[in-house]
Design a binder for this molecule. Structure first.
Ligand code: ZN
Length: 119
């Protein structure tokens, strides 16, 4: 079975390391890959910014602990954070940019804004 173009799957002839049938296919392939990669990055950044906005609002209003079921967490995506730090006794601390929090007992606890840049 011969090699095919990575973009259009046309059979390839010529050099054994050839990956594309034409410059147009090479450009289309790399443009699509770049778009896909950037799309994921933009989507994840958007989720992280939304999480940060929610944590900032909670902090500004003095909320340091909140039930995971609370409506004020609507839109918070727990799958995304900017750092994770594990402590003894199976505790895990999360960071979303400058905001830190723990998740325990069905609640987000110790919501804190750090200004020192430390994790
Ligand atoms: Zn092609």
């Amino acid at each position: 079975m011969g090699k095919v173009c990575r973009e259009c799957a046309a059979p390839l002839a010529g050099r054994s390391d050839k990956q594309f049938c034409s410059d147009a296919c090479r450009t289309a392939y790399h443009n699509r890959k770049y778009r896909e990669q950037w799309h994921d990055t933009a989507r994840i950044n958007s989720i992280l910014r939304a999480n940060r906005r929610i944590l900032a609002l909670l902090c500004e209003t003095g909320v340091r602990e909140i039930s995971l079921a609370d409506d004020r967490l609507k839109g918070f995506d727990f799958r995304y954070c900017t750092a994770v730090k594990r402590y003894p006794l199976r505790r895990t601390a999360y960071r979303c940019y400058e905001f830190g929090y723990l998740i325990a007992g069905g609640r987000i606890c110790r919501i804190t804004r750090y200004t020192d840049g430390a994790i």
